[in-house]
Each structure stands twice: as C-alpha cells, then as structure tokens.
Design a protein around this ligand. Structure first.
Ligand SMILES: C[S@@+](CC[C@H](N)C(=O)[O-])C[C@H]1O[C@@H](n2cnc3c(N)ncnc32)[C@H](O)[C@@H]1O
Length: 289
C-alpha cells in the first residue's frame, strides 16, 4: 500500500542529464557540512563516523562525479575537495539533499591536502577530472598534475589503490601520459565511464556538447616503486610546461558563464560562440580558470 500524501522525491537535471540520486524529503537530508579541514593528518573513521574505503575527488567542481560514485557505492566514504567555496556549497547541498551520509566536501587545494592531511597508504581511490590547463604563462605553475602531485597520489594510495584522470585538453593529456605510467599501471579508456555514459562531470558534458574529445584513463599505484625512488623520480621529470592551445580557452569561458549549480536549460554556445550570453551572465558567480 502506498501513502499518497507522502512527499515525492525528485530527480534533478543538469544540461538535461540527470544528477544521480533523488532529492529526498527534507527530514531525510544528511548533514555533512565540514566547516574547516581539521589540522594535521585526518582520521578517516572520525571524519566519516565509520570505517570504510576512502575515495577523494580532487577539483570536484559541483560534485557530479562524486555524487555518481557515492550513490552507486554506499559502502565507500567519499571526500570532494576544491579551491572554490561556491562549488563546494553546491556539492554539499546536493549530497545532503540526497541523504548521502557517505560524502564530505571541503574547500582546500589538492596538493596542500594530500601533502598535509592524508596519511600514506590510507586512500582507496583518487579521481581528478578536468584539472584546469591554465593558459596564461604566469599561471602555468598552478597546473595541478605535476610529478610531485602524482608522487603525492602514489603515496596516499593503499597498495592496489586506484587513480582516475580525465581531461578535454590534448596537450595536458599528452603530458599526463608521459609521466603517469611511471607511478601507476595506467590504461587509457576510449569509451565513457560505464556508470555515466552521458558524462561523468559537468565539464565533460559541456566539452562533449562542444564536440571536444574526452581523454580518460585509470590505473593502480605501482607496487614496485618505493617512496625514496618515487621521490627521486618526481624530481627528475619535467613540469607541465606544455603550450596550452588558446583556442580551447573558449570552453573555459563558456563554463564560467554558466552557473556552477548547472541549473540552466542546458543550452550552451554553439562552437561558433554566441547564444545565451546575457542570460547566463545574470546567473551565479564567475569561476577562475
Ligand atoms: C575545469 S574545473 C572541473 C571541475 C569538475 N572536476 C568537472 O570536471 O566538472 C576545475 C576545478 O578544479 C578546481 N581547482 C583548481 N585548482 C585546484 C587545486 N589546486 N586544488 C583543488 N581544486 C582545484 C577549480 O576550482 C575547478 O572547480
């Protein structure tokens, strides 16, 4: 027998693509807000209130990829981090509205987080989707995927731990492929991730609508690489000084002009640019690239 007066849960869409998980009645929302990352190394069991494998999504943006995983894998603890407070606000709200008590979200940089807050060998999976390629010469040093960052991922992962990388930038991908397999048994994936065939993240959905190729892959931490050797390796490898193709900058502009909530009609500019600029400008704060 069904109770017809019970509130109906609802599915939210972003660019016409459902965001996993249904929005529950308010009395079933989770309360996961994390005001500040605690000092020092994190105790995962304390942070999540239970012992379970931990997944970290670095540069999680508005949280779509992590929500997908948190819904599909309730047995895992999920932590999304990003330097932008506004996207973490949206992601936290979405996780809570879906009753996802297995999620936490924090405003912090990926490198700083892995270096100062993550105990070696304590994480099951680290995902990084569409790190910003940064186009201006004075911002090149902000690129997230560096040998040092890969070393920090390798150090954080438990034996057999998994790394997932994805970008729509050919230059960045070429660089990633040139260094990543030194730390990980890594394979490129041609097809979309099976659990999100229309796009695992907001950025992937926008990029695909612009006709861009998505580069993705995953792998496991090399077990034959001890910390000392990994450190020496990281020091010997080149930094990501690739020449970012400025033609691709248009996509960043589009991404900034749409609210990070993603609650738009889903129409973006055509490849020749144009539509919707003024309406989108009224929405949401701008994001930096
Ligand atoms: C292009 S967006 C991609 C967001 C999301 N992963 C997606 O695919 O839709 C890059 C994100 O990385 C964040 N970011 C940039 N530098 C970062 C850093 N050092 N640590 C963590 N996040 C960072 C930005 O704020 C932004 O939300």
């Amino acid at each position: 027998m069904t109770d017809s007066s019970a509130p109906v849960s609802s599915i939210e869409k972003e660019f016409g693509v459902p965001i996993p998980g249904a929005i529950l009645p308010e009395d079933q929302w989770a309360k996961t807000a994390l005001k500040k990352v605690p000092e020092g190394l994190l105790n995962w069991a304390e942070l999540f209130g239970r012992v379970a494998p931990v997944l970290i999504d670095v540069g999680c943006g508005n949280g779509r990829s992590m929500l997908t995983s948190a819904v599909a894998r309730p047995e895992m603890n999920h932590l999304g981090i990003d330097i932008l407070p506004v996207v973490i606000r949206y992601a936290t709200r979405r996780g809570n509205q879906r009753g996802l008590a297995n999620t936490r979200w924090a405003v912090i940089g990926g490198r700083e987080f892995l270096l100062n807050h993550v105990e070696a060998g304590s994480v099951a999976e680290i995902h990084c989707y569409h790190p910003q390629p940064y186009y201006r010469q004075d911002q090149v040093s902000l690129r997230l995927i560096t040998p040092e960052f890969l070393l920090l991922i390798h150090r954080a992962l438990a034996p057999g731990g998994r790394v997932v990388l994805q970008t729509d930038h050919p230059g960045y991908w070429k660089y990633m492929l040139s260094v990543v397999s030194l730390f990980f048994e890594f394979s490129e994936r041609q097809m979309p991730w099976p659990n999100a065939v229309k796009g695992i993240t907001r950025r992937e959905i926008i990029a695909r609508r612009q006709g861009l190729t998505i580069f993705r892959g995953d792998g496991t931490a090399r077990t034959d690489l001890i910390l000392e050797d990994a450190m020496a390796l990281a020091e010997s490898l080149p930094l990501p000084t690739f020449n970012a193709d400025r033609r691709l900058q248009a996509l960043d502009q589009i991404e900034r002009e749409i609210s990070p909530s993603g609650n738009s009609s889903g129409r973006t500019h055509s490849r020749r640019g144009g539509a919707q600029k003024s309406r989108q400008r009224k929405r949401g704060p701008r994001r930096t690239s």
